[in-house]
Write a protein of this length. Structure first.
Length: 355
């Protein structure tokens, strides 16, 4: 088959727009010859358990799945009885970007809390952490946080520990949506375990797709007492891959070495380059009217643009509105974002805002 797209077209819409890292393509090819037992009884999925335990501790168990929504729904479902509810930030992916799957497929209620920066605190959790024993209220039994958040911000290990302690003291569990967990670890300069297992997280979703994989995430159980039935719910949620070795091989390629860190560090650095370049332009007058709305802590940049500029800028570079009512946009960088991509984008912002 011939190439159907123009590989020269670049954008800042999503880290899902990027291709597959060559080392991950090579890992898929290496796993391809011959036959392996289906549905996870293969050598690659067995090896994957060892790799995850090296990063997350001896009790960690990984359940490869197809995608992030499947990982979140299946993982959270395993943590809850049918009457359970999940407390999350109102901006959380499980609330705004998963098409209602947590409630429609997972069968649990979301109790959401507005936040300025996408982060929960113990005090914010308490806005919805009440009503236990009240038969008229879905029971708040899990707190779910996102690392890095949907607004590109980061929890420190101490902040997660405070949330875990607060949740556990009230009989709740802590779930972490790690779609961009590698970006968080790279930005914080700590191992995964420092803000997951060591900080009291019970179950997490580990993201690979946004960090160079073709597809594939994993539900990772850190506290065996916090999750039940995953081997069954993964199947009835349609997340059990028959040829699981190809999902596992990708995650091995990311984690059995430093590819995860190289990819995430690069995308984070490109976001910093983008922000710094715009800040420099604002300082010298070559860019006008751009305001940042969140700190740039991982691989996302959030900003507002002057009226009408976003649509004109999208004629050259794809990106998404975040809050169209106030001209807020989101720019995401990927493992394959080049310095030249960032510099061209900055130059176009300057041309349009000073014209």
């Amino acid at each position: 088959m011939s190439t159907l797209h123009d590989p020269a077209i670049r954008g800042f819409a999503s880290d899902n727009y990027s291709g597959i890292h060559p080392e991950i393509l090579a890992a898929i090819t290496a796993a391809n010859d011959g036959h392996q037992v289906a549905y996870g009884e293969d050598a690659y999925t067995e090896r994957l358990q060892e790799v995850f335990r090296a990063h997350f501790g001896a009790d960690a168990e990984a359940f490869p799945v197809f995608n992030g929504t499947g990982a979140n729904v299946t993982g959270l479902q395993s943590m809850l009885p049918r009457w359970g509810a999940v407390i999350s930030a109102s901006t959380a992916h499980i609330n705004v970007d998963e098409g209602g799957a947590p409630e429609r497929i997972g069968g649990f209620k979301l109790l959401t809390v507005p936040t300025d920066d996408g982060k929960l605190t113990p005090e914010l959790v308490d806005r919805e952490a009440w009503g236990w024993g009240d038969e008229h209220r879905a029971q708040p039994l899990v707190v779910s946080i996102t690392q890095s958040t949907e607004l590109g911000t980061l929890y420190t290990p101490d902040e997660i520990r405070a949330l875990a302690d607060h949740a556990h003291e009230r009989g709740m569990k802590l779930h972490l949506d790690g779609a961009r967990i590698s970006n968080a670890a790279a930005a914080l300069g700590v191992p995964f375990a420092a803000f997951t297992r060591d900080a009291g997280v019970d179950v997490l979703s580990f993201g690979g797709t946004k960090n160079g994989a073709m597809l594939g995430e994993a539900v990772v159980v850190l506290n065996p007492e916090a999750s039940t039935g995953l081997i069954y719910s993964r199947k009835f949620n349609m997340q059990l891959a028959s040829k699981m070795r190809f999902v596992s091989a990708q995650l091995i390629a990311l984690l059995d070495g430093d590819l995860w860190l190289r990819n995430a560090s690069h995308s984070n650095a490109m976001a910093q380059r983008l922000r710094s370049g715009i800040e420099a332009g604002l300082a010298d007058g070559s860019i006008r009217g751009v305001t940042f709305t969140q700190p740039t802590q991982a691989n996302g940049v959030f900003a507002t643009l002057p009226e009408g500029i976003a649509d004109r800028l999208r004629e050259s570079f794809r990106f998404y509105d975040w809050d169209a009512a106030r001209n807020e946009v989101r720019w995401m960088c990927s493992f394959d974002t080049a310095e030249s991509d960032v510099d061209a984008f900055i130059a176009e912002i300057g041309r349009l805002t000073t014209a």
